[in-house]
Design a protein around this ligand. Structure first.
Ligand SMILES: NC(=O)c1ccc[n+]([C@@H]2O[C@H](COP(=O)([O-])OP(=O)(O)OC[C@H]3O[C@@H](n4cnc5c(N)ncnc54)[C@H](OP(=O)(O)O)[C@@H]3O)[C@@H](O)[C@H]2O)c1
Length: 252
């Protein structure tokens, strides 16, 4: 393994690691030799991911937390740092989606909830883990946004707004943390076949696949591969970037 890609022994924290692309990223990090902290709200799902990582020869633990709750995030990050003493990689996939109505019917609660789930959840854990990264002058942070935050074409109002906020947060942190050896990048996925998407009717998914230039929907493993690149030592010159992983559905 090259020095550019070797993450053996590093500690990777994955919020929303209990399902979808977070789960795929957590498993990938485990296979690559990192110690993985899987954060989510549902212990059965989290323990199942930990089991898969262990079966693949990796080391992992599940840490229960609602990522939009400050005290739960503080407790979760304390557990991770007390156990492993470091945090090298943080991947924020935990996020939420409300199928919001037209503007006139969007409630203030819809906007606040979306901001909590998509922006605050990423801000809180980043704030808690950055001091450990600064201490080692090394860190890799990846925030999962969405194509909805890149284009004005569709997407619920509160979702498109807060996904764009994730990109703003990532860019701003990239400038603040660059001098400490910490990179911050964002990924804006198009439609990816995760549990939340699998709930859609087959005809809807077929139509989305046909309207995507590559002719299909993405897989969680493809997203995990993009995430992995940003988290390697060799990606140290890449910061403040937004990577569109969407099968050509939107090209900026
Ligand atoms: N799938 C797509 O097509 C797509 C496209 C663009 C962007 N995205 C974004 O990608 C991210 C991941 O989506 P996904 O589809 O891969 O996964 P997902 O099906 O939404 O599952 C992610 C898991 O994260 C956990 N989670 C969510 N909010 C949380 C919170 N506030 N605190 C703690 N855990 C939380 C949940 O597990 P627990 O039950 O354990 O809490 C959930 O099962 C989201 O931010 C989403 O907006 C997805």
């Amino acid at each position: 393994m090259s020095d550019l890609t070797d993450i053996t022994g590093q500690v990777a924290v994955v919020t929303g690691g209990t399902a979808g692309m977070g789960e795929a990223a957590a498993i990938r990090f485990g296979i690559e030799g990192a110690k993985v902290a899987v954060i989510g709200r549902t212990p059965e799902k989290g323990e199942a991911v930990v089991k898969r990582i262990m079966e693949a020869g990796g080391e992992a633990m599940f840490v229960k937390a609602e990522c939009a709750d400050e005290s739960q995030v503080k407790a979760a990050t304390k557990t991770i740092l007390d156990t492993w003493g470091r945090a090298d990689i943080l991947v924020n996939t935990a996020g939420g989606f409300i199928d919001s109505p037209p503007l006139e019917d969007v409630t203030l609660d819809d906007m606040h909830h979306s901001y909590d789930w998509n922006v605050i959840a990423k801000f809180l854990i980043t704030r808690e883990l950055v001091p450990a990264m600064k201490a080692k002058k090394y860190g890799r942070i990846v925030n999962i946004a969405s194509v909805a935050g890149r284009t004005a074409r569709g997407g619920a109002i509160e979702y498109a707004t807060t996904e764009a906020g994730i990109i703003g947060l990532s860019r701003r942190l990239a400038t603040e943390l660059a001098g400490d050896g910490i990179t911050v990048n964002a990924i804006a996925p198009g439609l990816v076949l995760t549990p939340r998407v699998l709930r859609h009717a087959e005809e809807v998914l077929d139509a989305r696949a046909k309207s995507t230039p590559v002719g299909r929907i993405g897989t969680p493993e493809e997203l995990a591969h993009a995430i992995w690149y940003f988290c390697t030592p060799g990606a140290g010159f890449t910061t403040g970037a937004v990577l569109d992983v969407n099968g050509g559905a939107w090209i900026g």
